[in-house]
Ligand binder design. Sequence first.
Ligand code: IPE
Ligand code: IPE
Ligand code: MG
Length: 239
Amino acid sequence: MNKQPKHVAIIMDGNGRWAKKQGKKRVLGHSKGAKSVREIVEAAAREQIEFLTLFAFSTDNWNRPKEEVNILMKLLVSSLKKEFKRLIDNNIRLCAIGHLKSLPVLVQEELLFVIEKTKENTGMVLTLALNYGAKEEIVEAVKAIADKVKNSIISPEKVDESTIIEHLYTRNLPPVDLLIRTSGEERISNFLLWHIAYAELYFTKTLWPDFTKEDLQLALINYGKRERRFGKTSEQLTL
Ligand code: IPE
Ligand code: IPE
Ligand code: MG
């Protein structure tokens, strides 16, 4: 049996379809989805998950209608303002990954404020992936490493996995143990490519606004039953 995963990552998908099902506008799904975020963050902390990483906005989500993007950004600011105290109360540290500099200034300011205020917290590390794309993350890392090679800071022979990790947005995160995606889609959508190399994948048809702490527990129980072999044989693991 696996113990609890150290790092859980979630692709929170299905807000739009949830709203459509009720005959409402997509944005209503996003505000209901924000409530699920609160419930799941607190449940994960209670479950002693050390790292929770949530995909909140991808680099490709800019291609959505402007009105939806604006509402998502506003919702981010208001959620950060609203949840700030609960993060403190639950000893949760907030971090963010992605191309943060291209987010609206208000989002950046609120984000940096909460990151700064929670940086001494010693409980769960909650990472929001915002304006995040894993391919872009790798391109940025390659550029930074190439620059260091050009300036003789690193020699090409010395480039190894840890050199790459050190240059990723996710440099402070351990590998993902369990990746959950809601809404029935079974794809990665450019999330955390490097860090999910050996992640256990868990797909559920439940739409994100309906995803509860009980659903998280089901995913954790399912994870606990899996055998992670990392290239070895089953027999080697039981030795
Ligand atoms: C996930 O729900 C939230 C974001 C991507 C911001 P969607 O908005 O993708 O919902 P569906 O997939 O259209 O139902
Ligand atoms: C992935 O969901 C991004 C987030 C959950 C923030 P999408 O809904 O954008 O992904 P695709 O387009 O269905 O692959
Ligand atoms: Mg979607």
